[in-house]
Design a protein around this ligand. Sequence first.
Ligand SMILES: Nc1nc2c(ncn2[C@@H]2O[C@H](COP(=O)(O)OP(=O)(O)OP(=O)(O)O)[C@@H](O)[C@H]2O)c(=O)[nH]1
Length: 461
Amino acid sequence: MAGLLGLVGGRAWSVLRGSVSGVSIHFLENRAQQVRIFPVCFCGSSALDHILGIPKEETKHLVGQHPPAVNAFPAETDHLSCYQSDQPENPKVLRVAIIGAPNAGKSTLSNQLLGRKVLPVSKKVHTTRCSAQAVITKDNTQLVLLDTPGLITLAKAKRHNLEKSLVQDPWRSMKSADLVVVLVDVSDHYTRNQLHPQVHKCLSTFSQVPSILVLNKVDLLKKKHLLLDLVTELTEGVVNGKKLNVTSQSKVSSATPTSSLSHESTQDSVTSEVTTAKSGDLVELSSPQADSDSHARSNSSMEDVGPARESTGKQRKISKKGWPHFQDIFMLAAINREEVETLKSYLLMQAKPGPWKFHSEVLTNQSPQEICDNIIREKLLEYLPEEVPYTVNQQTEIWEEGPSGELIIMQNLVVQKGTHLKMLIGHHGQLVSRIAEEAGRDLMNAFLCDVHLKLRVKLKK
Ligand SMILES: Nc1nc2c(ncn2[C@@H]2O[C@H](COP(=O)(O)OP(=O)(O)OP(=O)(O)O)[C@@H](O)[C@H]2O)c(=O)[nH]1
């Protein structure tokens, strides 16, 4: 595995060392809280432990914590929403809008932060059709995650006959957010080098809201050293008011001239160095072969470029590719629970004094029926080709508690064409049974009770 990257500017650093899968990591902690990049893209817990500065056992404890179940029966859910009685003494709160291009991994990240799957996830775009809130409560702090549909333009929504919520909801979420998480899929060669135009528009419009950049799907990126280039491009070379000057050298031998890291290197072993312009402090993350003849090198220096945040959008420099006002950068795989714990700890620390929005046992503002519809829809998106899943109409006929406390659900899946009917039923009913089985399992995990889910496929009359 190629070792990479550290970070970053400021004066008072302390060095933490770790070793993950044979990759030695030197991570500098910036005590001045100026610019931080959290390279949580390493498998294994020791890197995380060192980055967090907490012992291994403590991380395990965090990961092992189980969030409460979603209540499957609405009357009780209503009761929980009387949150006033549940306020702690000094409540803190942070509303976090998670925005990004379609399929960037927004719902995956929200589910992982929550520790329970309540939002649908699929390989197809536009899985999330309207904003949903996921609620994390820890001690006296509440995080409200605003999971939004992938950002699209009004023209595109009209062209593909998509609901208005897909266009409007991300903007609504931004309005109420205390912090914006911008998610970028680094495995997508076509889109990763610049922010989605709609993301950029959102950031520019709500420039007073602090934002962080999260590079996601790092597990799919073979050449981890590219992350440094992506950070530079997506931040316009400025993070938290500090300029990041990155120059790269690929050395075949010590005498070989420099070349840019913006081209994907074929080398597997990489050493990256990031220095601060003023102090010359150094972060070095290196693979075991770092001293071999073949390695790439990045030098990054930082200098003050004024306050990290200005009060209005007008004062902000508008650029097309990146956003120079992110306050912090994370690199992770949202599918990896341990890596997401680092981000969660960070978000909890950003919370400000304020009343909680939900009872501590509420996990989401979605109704149990909405969760069920979304989970079934997720399976339709997964198993039906192209546009077919988008045309299936879901109608819940039965939602009741069985004699042993199990949840009994019966849902009709109404399709438009005979061919779609055959497709969804599958050979000897195999496909629809599989969908019911998988959705039922997810619902059990969300509601923490037995779920008997029956799906009936019908042709629209
Ligand atoms: N390998 C890998 N896959 C990921 C990661 N995060 C998300 N995915 C996958 O990416 C796909 C899209 O994830 P979603 O969470 O549905 O993405 P989204 O941004 O909510 O999508 P929309 O609702 O369409 O905007 C799914 O197949 C996920 O399993 C990751 O860190 N690594």
